[in-house]
Design a protein around this ligand. Sequence first.
Ligand code: AMP
Length: 397
Amino acid sequence: MKVLVINCGSSSLKFQLIDSATEALLAKGLCERIGLDGSQLVYQPEGGEKEKSLSPMPTHTQAVSLVLAALHNDKTGVIKDLSEIGAIGHRIVHGGEKIAQSSVITDELLQIVEDCNDLAPLHNPANLIGIHACREVLPQVPMVAVFDTAFHQTMPEHAYLYGLPYELYTDHQIRKYGFHGTSHQYVSKRAAQLVGRPYENLKTIVCHLGNGASICAVKDGISIDTSMGMTPLEGLVMGTRSGDIDPGVLDFLQKKAGLNWDEIIDMLNKKSGVFGISGISSDFRDLEAAAEKNDPAGKRALDVYEYRVAKYIGSYVAAMNGVDVICFTAGIGENGPDTRANVCAYLGYLGIEIDKEANAIRGQEKLISTADSKVKVYCLPTNEELAIARETVALVK
Ligand code: AMP
């Protein structure tokens, strides 16, 4: 079966077509500036050139139609007929407390997703638009929703409750939910395969270090804690997000710096993290280049970033009373040998030893710890789209 995987934002739509029998990627691409001037479709058949075409996309429905036209055009299309698409898997950001697993999309499920709009106002409404657009264009194709939050619904109460009045949880569902669940689950399962031990009897820490970043403690096959919270702002220092800060800073910013709430939230999401600390960039390639030239701002940002990752790993070792495997994944985790080595340099007390030569890789699945290391450490590329395709096939078969 061929599965179309859709990740829909408010003005963008990313897609991949995956052959579930071979798990091969057939084509991928992106619609940008949907509903705006200058909208464009980027399309790339596997092994082929990237094609960019400016096309009006007043709505997401139009964008989905253009994606389908690209997938089955005569020259660079990868299917002969739209009926070859057997299912569509949608990435949905927030499923709240009601959704603990991927689900076939029904009207009832869409209502639950809509009920979670308040918890993810930037993401869930856009994800819903993508679903409605696909329903309009391919009404007969079964669709599945795969949730970023679902994997973390196994967190115990002591991990997900904040130190706030309990009514805020019961009345407003204010608690930690966690994100990147599809990636954390995919990577931790793959790690169990690589070490040849049962997933249900393994303590794994997954460091998903991309522009957005989170860490997850996976014990006996379930998420028991994760660093992102009710929103993706909590936890690690990220590309442009602050991660954990003292809430007292917000009051200070309002009163002393004269910022209003929108300005504060915008700053915490878009102007903070390594970008804010360095004043250079959110991209680790730029920061590493700056640090190499002895620019203290680049080094400072990297130091803060690595220290925070190491602290979270330490706290999850405590939460699980040990760790068997640590995995680095996503843009920085997969492509940052220095980041991996510097984080692990804090972890000598766990008996972790990194093999310098093995660690000198980017974007490959590889054991990067020495044979003597007490904990196995992997560079392990994530593949959220493949994970979504797998879940989709499992549910529609
Ligand atoms: P993601 O959100 O997973 O796509 O990760 C994006 C981030 O990965 C970028 O902002 C970079 O900081 C980082 N990244 C990507 N490629 C490299 C690389 N070759 N070396 C270091 N960092 C990289």
